[in-house]
Design a protein around this ligand. Sequence first.
Ligand code: GAP
Length: 513
Amino acid sequence: MTQEELFKKLVAHCKEYGFVFPSSEIYDGLGAVYDYGQMGVELKNNIKRYWWDSMTRLNDNIVGIDAAIFMHPRTWEASGHVGAFNDPLIDNRDSKKRYRADVLIEDWIAKQDEKIQKECDKARKRFGDAFNEEQYRSTSPRVLETAAKRDAVLERMSKALNDNDLVELRQIILDCEIVCPISGTRNWTEVRQFNLMFSTQMGSTADGANTIYLRPETAQGIFVNFLNVQKTGRMKLPFGIAQIGKAFRNEIVARQFIFRMREFEQMEMQFFVRPGTEMEWWNKWKETRMKWHRALGFGDDNYRFHDHEKLAHYANAATDVEFKFPFGFKEVEGIHSRTDFDLGNHQKFSGKKIQYFDPETGESYVPYVVETSIGVDRMVLQVLSAAYKEEKLESGEERTVLSIPAPLAPVKACVMPLVKKDGLPELAHKIIADLRFDHNVQYDEKDSIGKRYRRQDAIGTPFCITVDHQSLEDGTVTLRDRDTMEQSRVAISDLNTIITEKVGMKQLFEKLL
Ligand code: GAP
């Protein structure tokens, strides 16, 4: 199965099992907007809890807030989003389709990488065990030529983006002979800048309504509350403020399911530090955040850092944590050193002093900021794409299983009476009544036990508990493990302890310390 086929199957699976639905589907959906179903919302909540607790509970100096989505419009002038939160867009005159110019070029660069990889794969077949890919990449004339072309285009693009040189961006597209994927032609318009913020009106038009924006990042709600939190919480630098909430961007290239959405959710933490120490903290947070991802056990090789070629208008250093999705390595989280850009500008635009008095140095200054910013939806996609597996069993049967890390699984256990009579359903319900205060537990009595197992595998339930006639006699049940499919006989009185040990967040948190 190709990665593309796998991804299509995953998307279909998400819909079939109540993880993700297209928004307003009965009206044919709304582009790049999605709803989470009964399983999706549980998974999402667990991811949020993993993040929130790892920030606010494991760190004495990080507290949380929940700021409003609507903010005073001046906020977005101060933050630079009104002026600079743009994407460079280009239209194809024949297909009438609109693209992000930098994404067209990035796709071309990815194709060169694929070409190089194909050359290496061919050579590996030719040379067999003796093949040394590293050496081949550094000596094969064909590979070197493609790599040089690729690097030159990447450098031109980075410079054009940094210089805001839209003419040069278009020229790169022409020079690389990039065609529209729909029309197949090179009939391109000029490149134009397009602001990504959604706007709406507050107040009635008769009163002279104000244009306000749906926030494109949650971070600004933290910056404008810096003094409120610092003073009321008596916080001393370095300290952080964490927030989870919705953000909105009018993305033009909205594709790859919940990877790039127009309404999405962010988990952001702004860490305020003494000027001059920001690089040290940036490196620390890079390490801490990578640990958080890797603790989920999806394989260390599936993550990498990608340092930014083009820095956002507020940053002096930035890196992405990238995860290997079925469509390649892509960003899940950004770690940015934002300098004093935001607090400094809010001070200027609001006319209010936003400074910290440092008792150690006796000075007042605008703190510097290191930010960690991760998309909840991209985390959902990361978990689902790492967890989705189609397995052939020894019996010849096949099963689709989501090996979601147990602490994040939507349902923790399903209790199943072997038959719908003889007092077995009653005992099953009693077991659920004991477990439900601590865990999300389901009841299922329909179809054969095998079919019931398959249903739970498909939503990633770590445990199935079967109640049979022996249970009535000796108070034991069969506990079946999702991943090993092994079954063991355990006492009903031990169930909560066994389940808690496996599904508790504690085991994840311990890996972070
Ligand atoms: N406050 C900084 C900031 O917003 P960003 O790199 O633009 O930085 C941070 O976004 C994270 O938010 C990304 O790493 C990604 O996980 C998520 N994100 C951004 N745009 C998104 C979109 N259109 N759909 C889903 N997630 C998105």
